[in-house]
Structures are given as C-alpha cells and as structure tokens.
Design a protein around this ligand. Sequence first.
Ligand SMILES: Nc1ncnc2c1ncn2[C@@H]1O[C@H](COP(=O)(O)OP(=O)(O)OP(=O)(O)O)[C@@H](O)[C@H]1O
Length: 685
Amino acid sequence: MIISKDLFLLGDQDYLRLPNKDEKRPTMLRPAVKPQRVDSNVVHFPCLITDHRPLPVHLAFRGITVSAGNRTILQDVDGLVRPGQVLAIMGPSGCGKTTLLNALSGRRKLDSGQIFLNRDPLCKRWKRKICYVLQQDIFFPALTLRQTLEYTARLRLPDTLSYSQKMQYVDHIIDVLGLVNVQDTIIGDYIQRGLSGGEKKRANIACELLTNPSIMLLDEPTSGLDSHAAHSLMTTLKRYAVLEGKTVVITLHQPSSQIFHLCDKLLLLCNGQTAYYGDTCKVVDFFSSIGLNIMLHYNPADFILEQVKGPPELRQRIINAARELRKSKEYPMELINHECAYITEKYIDHTNKILPASHGPYPSLEQDTLNSMEPDVRRLWLDTHSHASSSVSSDTNDSDCYFSWPTSFWTQFKVLSQRNFQEARPRMLSKLHWVQTIGLGLLAGLLWFQLERKEEALHDIQGWMFFSTTYWMLFAHFGALSSFPPEREVISKERQSGAYRLSAYYLAKMVGELPLTVTLPAVYHFISYPMLGFHSPTVFIKLLGFLLLNTIVAQSVGFFIGACCMDMQLSITISALYTLATQLFGGYLATNIPVWLTWMRYLSMVHYAYQNMQIVEFGEEHPIKCAEQSKFSVCNKSENIPMSSILEAQGADLPLWANTIVLLAFLFVFRTLGYVVLRYFKTPK
Ligand SMILES: Nc1ncnc2c1ncn2[C@@H]1O[C@H](COP(=O)(O)OP(=O)(O)OP(=O)(O)O)[C@@H](O)[C@H]1O
C-alpha cells in the first residue's frame, strides 16, 4: 500500500518510509518510526498488506429507490465508480445523499434497485469490506487518539500480523495524517474538550484507513474543515484512489472549485432524483445544453447547486435532461444492460491493464488467459468468480456470502476487555465515586457503630445489611443502565463494519468491567462492617461475597434493561419501578406481605442476598441474645435467638444454598437475555 505524506499535508516535502516487516521496532512505547528521506516520492505502508492486498472494486448501482413511510427519499438513482476514481454525490441539504451512502453500504434497505461490487450483489461479505466514514465522528471520548487507533488496529488487522507490525502501522497512519502532536490527546466530547473537529474527522478517516479497504464511502468528510484542510484531505483521497486503485464515493456540500475538479464522476441529486450523472468535467456542458449557462469565473459547484435549488419547473427540466442523458452512447453499459456484468465486459485497473471481453454473464476463462492476467486482475476475477451468485439480483440476502472475521474470538475478547477496562475505569472509579463510597462507608459505620449482639440491636444490624444490599444494587443497576447508551453508537458502528463478534464484545464487557464493579462495594464493606462490629473473618468474607454477588446481579439486570430500551427516559422509569419493588419486597421494609402478593418476593434479587447475609451473620457461633421482653417465643426457653426464628419472623423459608442458586440464576438469565436482545432485536441499523 502506497501513500504519500503530502497527500494529507500539502506543501510538506518530507517523505516517509516504514521499515520492512522484518525490521525490529526499537520500542513500543512511543512511535518509533521517524521520517526518513527516501528516493521515492511515495510512502510504503508496512509490507503486511502485500499478502492481503484487497481487490480493486467496481461499484455499480442501478435504479436505487428508497422510501421512508409514504415518502420516497431516493428514486431510480444510478451510478458507477471504478477503481482509482472518486465519485462525488452532491445536492442540496435533504436531497438524499446520506441515504444513498447508507444504501450503498448495505445499511439501508432498498425498495428496489441493484448494487453490485464487481460481479457480486452486495452481501454481508462485501458490506464488511466497505469502509464507511460517517458524518458524525463516533468514538469513546475518554480514550486518546493513539489508544483508539491501537485498539482499532488490534481488532481489525488480521491475526497473522504481530502486535509490533500493527503498532508500526498505527504509527505510520498517525504520521501520514499529521496527527503526531495530538496522538496523546483524548478524543473528548462536549463536557471534556479534546481533539478539534478537523482532528476528529482525520481520526475518523485514520481508523478506516487502517484496514486498507478497497472501497471507501465518506459522508461529508470536508464539513467543519477550513478550506486548506478540506483541499488537503480531498487531494489525499484522490491520490490514494489513483495510486492504490481504491474506489472512493464521497458526499460534498458546497465544495470549492478546486475540490470539485478533484472528483472524476459526479452524481447530482435533486429531491432524491438524479439531476446529473457523468464526468465532473462535463457537467457545465450538460447545463449549457439545456440553456443554463455558467458565468465566467463562477464556481461550477455553486452554479449547479443553485440550479437544482431553483423553481420546481427548472428542477424538473434538469431531471428530464438527466433522464435523456441515460440514452446517450456515453452512458455506461453496466447501468443500461441488465445482463451486462461489467467485469466481463472490460476491466481497466489503475495500471490501465485491460481484461478482454467475454461472453455471457459469468463466463469461465481458459487457464492461459488467467495466467496472462495481471495479478490484481486475476485475483479480482477469481475472487468474484468464486463468489458469483446464481442470482443477479441485488437482494441483500447474506446467507449466500461467506464472511470471516479479521481476528480470532480470543484476540477480540482480549482486546475488547482491555479497552472496556480502560474506557470504563475513569467513569466507574471516578474521584467522586471514591469520595461517595468512603463517605458512605464511614457514615454507615458511625450510624451503626459497634452494635451489641442482642435483640435490641437486631433491627439495626438488619438495617445495615438491607441498606448495603439495596444501595449497591441501585449503584450497579443505574451505572450499567447509563453505560449503555453512550457506548451503543460506537459498538453499532464497529459491528456494522464487521470489526468483531458480538459475543466477544459482550463477554469482554462482562469481564472487563467486573473488577471495577466490585471495587467500590468491597471498599465500602471493608470500612463499614468492622465499625459495625467485626466478630469473625469467615463471616466478614461471606458477607462480602453476597454483597458482591448481589451487585453483579443488579448490574446484569441494568445491562438487560439498557439493551432493551433505546430511550433513556423509558429505561430509567422501568428501572425505578423494578428496583423500588425489589426493595419493598426485600423482606426488611415489609414483613407482613399480603398472601396474594408473596410471589413478588421471589422476583426481588435483594431478598435473596439479604436473606443469605442474615443466615451468615446470625449463625450459631455468635448468637443474638434475647431481650427481657422478647417478641420471639423461643426466648421463653432459650437465652439466644436462633437464626431460623429471625428468618421465620420475616416469612423467609429458603436455605443459603437455594438463595445462592437463585441469585446465580438471576445472573445467568439476565446476562443471556441481554445478549439475545442485542443479537436478535437490536441489530445495528
Ligand atoms: N428513516 C427516515 N425516516 C423518515 N425520513 C427520513 C429517514 N431518513 C431520511 N429521511 C429524510 O430523507 C431526506 C434525505 O435525508 P438525507 O439524510 O439522506 O439527506 P442529505 O442529502 O444527506 O442531507 P444533508 O446534506 O443535510 O446531510 C431528509 O428529508 C430526511 O428527513
């Protein structure tokens, strides 16, 4: 893969070369790749790509029609872009540019129309090879740019590459995109400032460039950039397309004339219909042919946009003329002839090698012919041939396409666990949370300080237990609930690009956050329980175990509700209802529950943890002494209140092991349900 640094930084005459795969990287702590002058005016990406060089891709789409409800957003839109070309999609705001990109990337269902990549209809395998740079820059705000790129490289570059090769690649991308000075800056968000808008945009492109895609779809990559940066970026993309044989589709809002002329092909949209499709350099002639002449020195991009924003009659005239243009000889055959598989017609790659025409939609070639092909062309042929579907429809049925993940389950799990830990740590173990936990631990300890083990203090001991279980239940539950929505967008983006398995992500989330989930309740327990009256290390450990188990169960329920509800308000309402009911039926606030409502107790997770804590605390070793006027009948014949009598008074009947099994079942069921919801009901759109 070849790319020049000055593609991104105009005027910079320094060229870079990455060391070969075999060259050792001196240290992994800092980018070790220092710019070196080389004879060539190009920069080589690590040779890692040579074995996995992606195929050049022809993208053709015909008769694309998309609607939302009763409204037609796109109507009969055609286009073709070859390797090495940049297709610009332009049009007024709301004309359907983003919708078209979504359709081309397979994220938006078509009402009708066909999309072909080489000879294949768009399918899951292709969808995941398409790099789509979204209009919004979606990242984890707390991670630095470098961390973000490193995790992306580790997840999306194949396992056949070593860690150091992947890091070399990251170094180089950072360097090429001129992001060296900000690589340790956090991405940031509206609360915590980090990268600037332009830097975020470049970071977004860098993440996608890492995978060396064949086809890039970019939604308004120049928006928010100053004119120099916008031009620099477009020059980069153009040269990247030409040198690497990449297929680039880009939406532009109001480009300068310089940027406009960097695009080979133009698709102009007007109210979701094609107002022009063809060579960019011929658009002015097209408008002249229908009597719309551009003024001297006027930016053609501004001119054509003004025309398609004109009165309805004018717009219709342009659309009609664009329809007529489809009948001209110059209109690509691939977009006219349904049977024409353009790859068999002729293929011109970026090195201008021509593959001879063949007959029929999927002809087989002689071995000699295959051998005589350029390696790129042969691979393209073999690849598309082997995957040719028996149908030429662009039905996006995924089952007929094979897709393999870039990395193994284990790699994904490992990297995602680390990322999850790193991303969640500042959120879950913030200074505020430490202060809150230590403060609350001390407060609880002081309130229930050195309670004597007698009946008069029984209610207070139970109060500490119930307060501890419910507080950490609420903390973990609402923490999990609020961690999902900000994360959902990033995960959705990554899942759509086929970066990793959902199962790896889900398991990593559970495992990566586990140490963070249990840290604060453990600290609280270490502070408050000894203040309450430490009488046995075994009891101390067992109580801690049930407190933590209860916290993890509550987190699972939070994950599940967070996964089900896109609407934060709704998930808070459901959670508030559930957690309050859980407390009411926990066994402390209400002991005389009406018979017809007793079943509710079995849905309360706090109930089980609270019961188990009592079983442990009031066991045989350190009994509770009866009061002089005891409410327990057993005190008539005994000095101490047995644990069974304390539990009986609350109507609790399950032994320790049964309570534990129910808690574990809660954990398993809600975690599994959370996965099922994400897997089958909340697939990224
Ligand atoms: N899911 C949807 N439901 C209803 N309307 C939609 C939906 N998606 C898009 N639209 C509408 O379709 C039209 C085209 O939207 P799109 O985002 O593609 O426009 P655009 O050309 O990219 O606009 P901009 O340049 O402002 O980003 C808009 O009017 C939008 O409101």
